[in-house]
Design a binder for this molecule. Structure first.
Ligand code: GLU
Length: 490
C-alpha cells in the first residue's frame, strides 16, 4: 500500500477519552505499519463547545503514549493549517459551489420551528429529518430573505429514493436508504461549517487515504459519501472501530470508572501497558499473545484483525498487563521510574545500588511501580506500625527473648549475608528445639511491620545489619506496648 495517509481528528470539546486514544493509536499503528503518515487535525469549528485546555491535553497524552504525529499544528506540514478554524475560506468556497449546483440549499427556518417539527416527528414516530420547507422556496423568496438579512444555514440536498453504499474495511458493505438520511446542515448560521463539510473537504485536501474512526460515525458516513460524489472526489477507505463497553456491556462513554486518558498515568500505569491494553480493545494478533511493545504492535497490526463486536474495558486486564510490562523492564528502567516517586515521598537519601537491590527482590511481586513504596515501604523507613493480626498470631511470651537472642547473635556476624543469617536462625532453632518459623515470622514483623513480603533472609541482607538490629531492638524495647496495641486493634 503506497502513500498511506491517515488522520486523527479530535474535536476539542473535552479531554481525550480512552476511545479517542484508541482511535489515535490505531491510526498511528496503521500509518507506521505501512510507512505512511499520521496527520493530527483539530476539528474546532464548534465554537460553542470549545473546551479550554483540550488541545493541550490530547497533544500531551499522545506524546506520553509515544504516538508520533507526522503533520499537525505543532509539527507543521504541507497540507496545513491543521486547525479547521483557520481554513474557513476553503469550506465557504465549497459550500458556495454546492449551492450553485443545487446540491445544497439555504434554510431560513428558526430554531423554534425546527424544535416544533422535531417534537411532532417524535410524537408521530416519524424519522427525525428536516421536512424540507425551505427546499420549496422560490429563488425570489430566497433573494428576499437574503435582502432582509435573515439568518440561514446551508443544508445538504440528499437525493430522494436512493441507496448510498460504501465499503467498510471492518464491516463490509454498508448501505443506507436516503429515506433515512437527513438534509444535514453543512454551514451554520454563524458561517462556520459543521463537522461533516469540514471533515470531508479536509480529508480530500489532506490526501487522506483511510478514515479510521469510532463506530459512532457510521451513520454520518452516507452524508460524507454524498459529499464526495457531489464534489466528484475519490472516496477514502473507511474503517469504523467497534464500540468500547464497560464490563456490564453498557457504552463506555456513559461515565463509569475513568474514561479520560489523563487519569491513567498518575495511577501508575506504564505507557507501554496502557498502549498494549488499548491496542487489544478491538484488535488481536490472531493467536494467544497478549503482551506487546509499540514496535511489536506496529509490526503485527492490521485492519483485517479488528473485530466488529464491542470491546469490553476491563481494569483487571489492564492491571495484569501493567504487571507483565513491569516484569519485562530492567531494574535500571524501573529505578528511573521510581526515582521521582521516591523524591515525592521525601525518600531520596538511598544509594542507587541499594534501591536496585530492593527492585530486584520486588519486581516479580508488584503491579505498580509505586507499590515499591506503598507495599514495601520497609525498604525505606522503619515500620511505624505493626500488622495487628500478625502480631496476635505470631507474638507470644517467648517472642521477646527469642528476638533478643537472635539480635545478639546477628550482631556478631561479620558478613551480613543470606547464608550467614540463615545459619543463625537454623542453629538457634535447633538449640532451642523450636521450629524456625517461630523465629522467622516474628522477625519479619519486627523488621517490616507486615506479614507478607520477599524471602526474609534476602530482605534482611538488603536492609543491612545496622537497620535490622535497630528495628529488632525497637520491637524488644516496646514489646508490651506492641502486643497491647495489637490486642485492641481490629
Ligand atoms: N472530530 C471528530 C471527533 O471528534 C472526528 C471524527 C472523524 O474521525 O471523522 O471524533
Amino acid at each position: 500500500m503506497s502513500d498511506v495517509r491517515v488522520r486523527y481528528a479530535p474535536s476539542p470539546t473535552g479531554f481525550l477519552h480512552i476511545g479517542g486514544l484508541r482511535t489515535a493509536l490505531y491510526n498511528y499503528l496503521f500509518a507506521r505499519h505501512h510507512d505512511g503518515k499520521l496527520i493530527l487535525r483539530v476539528e474546532d469549528t464548534d465554537r460553542s463547545r470549545f473546551v479550554e485546555g483540550a488541545v493541550e491535553d490530547f497533544s500531551r497524552m499522545l506524546e506520553w503514549a509515544g504516538i508520533v504525529v507526522d503533520e499537525g499544528p505543532t509539527q507543521g506540514g504541507n497540507y496545513g493549517p491543521y486547525y479547521q478554524s483557520q481554513r474557513l475560506n476553503l469550506y465557504e468556497q465549497y459550500a458556495d459551489q454546492l449551492l450553485k449546483e443545487g446540491k445544497a440549499y439555504r434554510c431560513f427556518c428558526s430554531s423554534e420551528r425546527l424544535d416544533q417539527m422535531r417534537k411532532f416527528q417524535e410524537k408521530s414516530k416519524l424519522p427525525p429529518k428536516y421536512d424540507r420547507l425551505c427546499l420549496r422556496l422560490s429563488q425570489a423568496e430566497v433573494d428576499e430573505n437574503l435582502s432582509k438579512k435573515m439568518p440561514y444555514t446551508i443544508r445538504l440536498r440528499v437525493p430522494d429514493d436512493t441507496t448510498v453504499k460504501f465499503h467498510d474495511l471492518i464491516r463490509g458493505e454498508v448501505e443506507f436508504s436516503t429515506f433515512n438520511v437527513d438534509d444535514q446542515v453543512l454551514v451554520k448560521s454563524d458561517g462556520f461549517p459543521t463537522y461533516h463539510l469540514a471533515n470531508v473537504v479536509d480529508d480530500h485536501h489532506m490526501l487522506i487515504t483511510h478514515v479510521i474512526r469510532g463506530e459512532e460515525w457510521v451513520s454520518s458516513t452516507p452524508k460524507h459519501v454524498l459529499l464526495y460524489q457531489y464534489f466528484g472526489w475519490e472516496l477514502p477507505l473507511f474503517a469504523h472501530l467497534p464500540l468500547l463497553l464497560n464490563s456490564d456491556r453498557s457504552k463506555m462513554s456513559k461515565r463509569q470508572g475513568d474514561v479520560e486518558a489523563r487519569a491513567y498515568p498518575p495511577k501508575g500505569y506504564l505507557k507501554e501497558a496502557l498502549v498494549n491494553f488499548i491496542a487489544l480493545l478491538g484488535w488481536n494478533p490472531g493467536d494467544e499473545r497478549e503482551i506487546f511493545t509499540m514496535e511489536e504492535l506496529i509490526r503485527e497490526f492490521s485492519l483485517e484483525r479488528i473485530h466488529k463486536a464491542g470491546a469490553v474495558f476491563s481494569v483487571e486486564k489492564l492491571n495484569w498487563i501493567n504487571t507483565q510490562h513491569i516484569r519485562r523492564k530492567t531494574n535500571d528502567e524501573i529505578y528511573d521510574l521510581l526515582k521521582p516517586e521516591l523524591a515525592n515521598a521525601g525518600l531520596n537519601s538511598f544509594s542507587k545500588e541499594y534501591v536496585l537491590s530492593a527492585i530486584g527482590l520486588m519486581k516479580e511481586r508488584i503491579n505498580f511501580i509505586s507499590e515499591l513504596i506503598s507495599f514495601s515501604g520497609y525498604f525505606f523507613e522503619d515500620p511505624k506500625s505493626f500488622d495487628a493480626t500478625g502480631i496476635r498470631k505470631r507474638f507470644n511470651q517467648q517472642t521477646k527473648s527469642h528476638l533478643q537472642e537472635l539480635l545478639n547473635r546477628l550482631s556478631t556476624i561479620d558478613e551480613f549475608s543470606v547464608p550467614r543469617i540463615e545459619a543463625v536462625y537454623r542453629d538457634y532453632a535447633d538449640e532451642a528445639s523450636i521450629k524456625a518459623s517461630e523465629l522467622i515470622h516474628p522477625t519479619r514483623l519486627a523488621v517490616s511491620g507486615v506479614t507478607l513480603g520477599p524471602g526474609l533472609f534476602e530482605l534482611m541482607e538488603i536492609l543491612g545489619q545496622k537497620t535490622v538490629l535497630r528495628r529488632m531492638q525497637a520491637v524488644i524495647d516496646h514489646f508490651d506496648r506492641i502486643i497491647k496495641e495489637a490486642s485492641t486493634t481490629a
